[in-house]
Design a protein around this ligand. Structure first.
Ligand code: MG
Length: 325
């Protein structure tokens, strides 16, 4: 359901009877029905309907021949025949709108792992997936990594790392803690890492260029570019943002899998150094593990293992103190 994905951020809670979804954009109410018909209602609905083209029914999509209701205008188009709007290229997505058919384009996707984990680094990967490679990646099992267990992630990553050009950046905790203490938000760290990984991939594939660059959204695009204002080079041409971008383009899914793979490997390495299995996440189990680490190796090793500003640090220290009493 391309259309559903496209409007995923503007969906309204209540669907009219017989409809699959309803969404409200700034200028238009969009209702998609099980029959495949889509109704566009509102003052500027021709423009919205025009994005989808296809076989027009009723008023004629995008023709300006809207049919009035409630004093507004409405246009009906048959679903499933989306075409790419002329305006899609060369525009950065300030409003979070994506080009139609983005899932089938040659794209650089980027995603990160580890931001919510007390132990381990932030890993960011940008990966380039040519449209010709999309069927192959599907066959290799690339999809939303949240649906995949570690074993599957490792197996897929091992194969695709030789198929897909990518850049992996690892922000180790020594450095993470330094920049965090210098006042960087995670948002800024991520923006800088995503931008750098994307530039690396653009360099790798040059002179070839992706049709789109899709970043799994973690801040508003304006904030993203604000974070980058002191960077020497900024990738901004055809850059788009979306939450749940793994489901929108396989390049983001591939990036996510590679980032997770790198994160898993790093956690394994930390486990080896620690001498016991390091847990992921930020729950009570990491407090216990960090306490054990402090008892075994001393407090000084913490900065290379954990994100110090997490509340888990104090909880771990409290556990150690309790034991010593
Ligand atoms: Mg993400």
């Amino acid at each position: 359901m391309k259309m559903h994905d496209y409007y995923s951020k503007q969906l309204v809670d209540k669907n009219p009877p017989g409809s699959v979804f309803a969404a409200k954009t700034s200028a238009c109410m969009v209702t998609a029905y099980k029959s495949g018909k889509v109704l566009f209602q509102g003052n500027d609905c021709e423009k919205e309907a025009g994005k989808w083209g296809g076989a027009a029914r009723g008023g004629g999509a995008g023709s300006g021949d809207g049919r009035g209701s409630d004093g507004g205008r409405s246009v009906t188009v048959a679903g499933g025949t989306a075409k790419k709007p002329a305006a899609a290229k060369g525009k950065s997505a300030a409003k979070g709108d994506l080009p139609i058919g983005i899932g089938g384009m040659s794209a650089i996707g980027s995603d990160e792992v580890g931001t919510g984990d007390f132990f381990g680094p932030i890993t960011v990967v940008a990966a380039y997936v040519k449209k010709e490679h999309i069927p192959l990646l599907k066959e290799l099992g690339v999809r939303d990594s949240k649906d995949l267990g570690d074993e599957k992630i490792i197996a897929i990553a091992k194969v695709i790392k030789d198929v897909v050009p990518f850049s992996l950046l690892t922000l180790k905790n020594e450095k993470y803690n330094q920049v965090q203490q210098a006042g960087w938000s995670q948002g800024k760290m991520k923006a800088v890492l995503h931008n750098q990984a994307i530039l690396n991939v653009l360099g790798k594939i040059s002179p070839e260029k992706p049709e789109v660059i899709l970043i799994d959204q973690f801040v508003q695009s304006s904030t993203y570019f604000q974070h980058l204002k002191n960077q020497k080079a900024i990738a901004k041409e055809n850059v788009y943002f979306s939450t749940k971008a793994e489901g929108i383009h396989l390049a983001v899914a591939a990036a996510s899998i590679l980032a997770r793979y790198a994160f898993i490997q790093y956690i394994d390495k930390l486990s080896e150094t620690a001498g016991f299995k390091i847990p992921k996440g930020a729950g009570a189990q990491v407090d216990v593990a960090a306490a054990k680490l402090i008892v075994n190796k001393g407090r000084d090793v913490l900065p290379s293992f954990v994100k110090l500003h997490f509340a888990n640090t104090d909880k771990a220290l409290a556990l150690v103190n309790k034991k010593r009493k």
